[in-house]
Write a protein that binds this ligand. Structure first.
Ligand code: G3P
Ligand code: CA
Length: 235
């Protein structure tokens, strides 16, 4: 079986509430090489790790994260006991443990994350390769690239492989991240022919994981990092 990157989706989303430090810890315990997480800015420009632009699905607050103060968000609770992490807290936690796939979700995250990553690399002994920055929001990716052209980038897509490849060339990305439904053999070959890595999301069913491993993808993003391990795939 070829080697591929085992990426925990929002941590180990199947086992511990998504995008929490505890979920990231679980993903590492289950053998993830990289953790995928989502980021938004609050009204003061601080970078928080949360999937939705609103707070009600996962926390005890309501409304848009971009309208909240850092103080309010610092007190928010996820399932009564977990905290929303700041991206800086995730950096501290992940250093020397695993790589991070940071998905830019909210407006303004491209520039803010680029600045924070430059600082982390300058001051905190991180390497460019410790990170992979991705987004469906290609404008944010472009803004990121304009501030930092050293960190590896990935273009997320669920419908347009050809345009994703063209844009990946423009911003000198290293990878295309297609949805599992988009990734047939033809699209896989097209992306590889253009010399990009292929990391597919979000693959949870064991048979589908096996199918993509056999296809030869470079990475799989899953809510179940344990299902990406060789021991599991052999059973
Ligand atoms: O990065 C892959 C995947 O996380 C994109 O979809 O909605 O889970 O952020 P979503
Ligand atoms: Ca995501």
């Amino acid at each position: 079986m070829h080697n591929f990157l085992k990426i925990g989706h929002r941590g180990a989303k199947a086992y511990v509430p998504e995008n929490t430090l505890e979920s990231f810890e679980k993903a590492i315990l289950l053998g993830a090489d990289m953790i995928e997480l989502d980021v938004h800015l609050d009204r003061e420009g601080k970078i928080w790790v949360l999937h939705d632009k609103t707070l009600e699905r996962t926390t005890n607050l309501t409304g848009e994260i971009s309208q909240k103060s850092s103080e309010e968000l610092g007190k928010a609770l996820i399932e009564k006991k977990y905290k929303i992490p700041l991206l800086t807290e995730v950096f501290k936690f992940a250093r020397n443990k695993c790589a991070l796939n940071i998905e830019l979700k909210g407006v303004g995250t491209g520039v803010a994350v680029a600045k924070l990553l430059s600082k982390a690399i300058r001051n905190d002994h991180f390497k460019n390769q410790d990170f992979l920055v991705s987004s469906f929001d290609w404008a944010e990716l472009e803004l990121f690239h304009s501030k930092n052209d050293q960190i590896p980038l990935a273009v997320l897509t669920e419908e347009k492989v050809q345009t994703a490849i063209a844009f990946a060339k423009e911003i000198k990305a290293v990878a295309v991240h297609p949805s599992k439904d988009l990734l047939d053999n033809e699209n896989f070959n097209l992306i590889k022919k253009n010399n990009f890595l292929v990391n597919v999301w979000t693959v949870n069913a064991p048979q589908e994981i096996l199918k993509f491993v056999q296809m030869g993808v470079n990475g799989i993003i899953s809510d179940y990092p344990d299902r990406l391990q060789p021991e599991f795939l052999k059973t």
